[in-house]
Design a protein around this ligand. Structure first.
Ligand SMILES: Cc1cc2nc3c(=O)[nH]c(=O)nc-3n(C[C@H](O)[C@H](O)[C@H](O)COP(=O)(O)OP(=O)(O)OC[C@H]3O[C@@H](n4cnc5c(N)ncnc54)[C@H](O)[C@@H]3O)c2cc1C
Length: 446
């Protein structure tokens, strides 16, 4: 049994605490912010997110899936909103499998409560980590409420302290590779309230997307009948946040691009000018571990853009893989466990970063493109008829445990095949034919 310090009690740190405590370790979680169950610390941060297969696999392995199932809304399809208001429903999978929308705050609260039920977990709120002795595992803290400084020794330290990780900052003093890339798009959240009678204004079981090539808006249901809308747009340039300086600009912009959303957003201008505009960055780093003492996990190791809705799911998969490796190597051989963990997860962290950027292009651009919709139909048919031979990339990422890197490589192979298929003369008419099917099967053999 080890003394384990977890820095950051957010979405990943709280689940990690449960995994490690259930193995018998003594776990101390230090979280910079106050307890979200007692204060509204989540105000102003992204309101909901999607849990998908990998997330569920980890939640199940930790024995907390049932507590989370109570707070989710299933989402079975994308619903695209064309500029003229035309709606197109695109199921995520042929068998209507769902991803699940959940409130970030509620999820965090549930996991903290589950962690706290375990006698060997101690949660320390308002404790900001200010430094880590990498060789001894001693962490230094600043108490945000009292201003006091303290230090806590540990056998193993996990940095699950998000994109701005203090633990990663400490690793930067060693032979550590790091990159942070901002994308040109920022985001702003705008809430769609429910109708006066509490009913939702759109189908809650769809992820609503307004793809507009250079920018896009999406809407994801909350349990209260409302939706969280997120507008993704460059921060400068022709279509950008910079160009919207007053209510007139805003309404003109919405009239032109998101007209059907206007009646659903009664306080659009107030929200738009009140809510923060946040940026998006991709963080890659290596190595994720230091000896058998320190490891990064979740966004601290691999912050990605949110377009696949996989950041947290990837972090949950990190926890599950770590737990599996403890099963293999035992709970006393942390050098072997952390070494294997870093080797297993780093390539997949890089792959999901690439996949997420790819899905951005797909969401803002391609879902409005008839060729893309045709490709989805062909892929759906292939999957239905040859489930052992064709699993679309989206399903690999969202509905399977296939490693992100393997999914990425398979996705590139699918692109090459589909390019040839979509170039077949008359493909629009014959996409359901034997000829097309034979062509794909032939190309798959190569
Ligand atoms: C707009 C948007 C939408 C998203 N949608 C999805 C989605 O649909 N699905 C999905 O899977 N992912 C999504 N993500 C990604 C997801 O939010 C992150 O991957 C996830 O929050 C990572 O969890 P984490 O615990 O690693 O980090 P965080 O959630 O950032 O938690 C880190 C915690 O550490 C604490 N902390 C930070 N520094 C210190 C310190 N020095 N000392 C002590 N504590 C500290 C913080 O207060 C925080 O509580 C989205 C992200 C964004 C921005």
């Amino acid at each position: 049994m080890k003394n384990i310090t977890i820095i950051g009690g957010g979405l990943v740190g709280s689940l990690l605490a449960i995994f490690l405590a259930k193995r018998g370790h003594r776990v101390n979680v230090f979280e910079r912010r106050p307890d979200p169950r007692r204060t509204n610390v989540y105000a102003g941060r992204s309101i909901n997110l999607v849990v998908s297969h990998r997330g569920w696999t980890a939640l199940k392995a930790a024995g907390v899936n049932e507590a989370v199932e109570r707070i989710v809304v299933p989402v079975y399809a994308r619903m695209t909103h064309a500029p003229d208001g035309t709606l197109t429903r695109l199921p995520y999978s042929i068998d209507e499998r769902a991803i699940h929308s959940v409130s970030r705050a509620e999820l965090n609260k549930v996991l903290l409560t589950e962690a706290e039920k375990l006698p060997n977990v101690k949660l320390h709120f308002e404790h900001r980590c200010t430094g880590v002795h990498l060789d001894t595992g001693t962490c230094m803290f600043h108490n945000e409420a009292t201003g006091e400084a303290s230090a806590t020794p540990a056998d193993v330290v996990f940095g699950s302290d998000g994109a701005g990780s203090a633990v990663r900052q400490e690793l930067m003093r060693t032979r550590f590779t790091f990159s942070q890339t901002y994308i040109e798009h920022d985001y702003k959240e705008i809430a769609f309230p429910p109708n006066a009678d509490g009913t939702p204004r759109m189908d809650p079981h769809c992820l609503h997307i307004w793809p507009r090539r250079w920018f896009m808006m999406m809407g994801l249901a909350n349990q209260d009948g409302g939706f969280t809308g997120t507008l993704f747009m460059p921060h400068e340039g022709e279509f950008s946040f910079d160009r919207i300086t007053d209510e007139k600009d805003l309404m003109r912009f919405f009239e032109e691009h998101f007209r059907d959303a206007i009646p659903m957003l009664p306080d659009l201008a107030e929200q738009y000018f009140r809510n923060p505009q946040s940026n998006l960055a991709i963080i890659r780093c290596a190595p994720w571990t230091y000896g058998g003492k320190v490891a990064l996990i979740g966004d601290a190791a691999h912050a990605i853009v949110p377009f696949y809705g996989e950041g947290m799911n990837a972090g949950y998969e990190d926890c599950k893989v770590l737990n599996d490796l403890l099963n293999v190597h035992g709970d006393d051989n942390w050098s072997a466990v952390l070494d294997a963990y870093g080797k297993a997860r780093k390539p997949n962290g890089d792959a999901i970063a690439d996949l997420s950027m790819r899905n951005f292009v797909e969401m803002r651009d391609l879902v409005a493109d008839p060729r893309f919709i045709l490709r989805k139909k062909i892929e759906g048919r292939l999957q239905q008829r040859h489930p052992d031979k064709w699993l679309p990339l989206y399903s690999q990422v969202k509905f399977s445990d296939i490693g992100y890197l393997d999914a990425w490589n398979e996705g590139l192979r699918h692109d090459r095949i589909m390019e040839e298929v979509l170039a077949m003369p008359g493909i629009e008419e014959k996409w359901e034919s034997e000829e097309v099917e034979r062509k794909v099967l032939g190309l798959l053999e190569h």
